[in-house]
Design a protein around this ligand. Sequence first.
Ligand code: FMN
Length: 163
Amino acid sequence: MIEFRIGLLVGSQSGNAHLVAEAVMDRAREWGMAARILNAAGDAVTDYSNIDGVLICTSSHGSGELPDNLTASWQWLSSNRPDLSHLGYAVIALGDTTYSATYCAAGDTMDRLFEALGARRVQGRLRIDASIQPFADDEAIGWLEQWVPGVRRQLEDIRCSRN
Ligand SMILES: Cc1cc2nc3c(=O)[nH]c(=O)nc-3n(C[C@H](O)[C@H](O)[C@H](O)COP(=O)(O)O)c2cc1C
């Protein structure tokens, strides 16, 4: 079986999105993928060459802004605009519907950026509403599990098209 390398970009102010990212990373490893968090120290991630897919897992803060630990990566990508067409990506956005005007806006910001840089959306986007969902990690894993065969197929297609 082909091994896929998944990099997680995590945006978390108070730990919820980080917990979700860790749960998803553990499960991805059980599926035989090599998964790791790219921005563990919150610094800018500038090398996207040795991965097949990026999973963005972020909450929203302020008025729909990115959490602090994702800002440096967003700024670097926005200014340097690397070609990410070799990558698949998906977004897990945590938010709270009581912030109705900016619900999950940081996830949308990252989604638009990766799309603009040529990365291919794999499996769409999940929004988790923290105001009603106390088990965000279960919801995220359930969402990914439903689609694992499709994700593998899409990542295989992307890898074939670049070789
Ligand atoms: C000060 C503050 C501002 C927030 N602003 C938003 C927002 O604009 N949009 C949204 O969807 N959620 C917003 N939230 C909700 C968080 O995204 C949500 O609680 C999330 O689970 C936090 O995850 P984290 O611990 O990984 O940062 C806000 C929460 C706080 C405390």
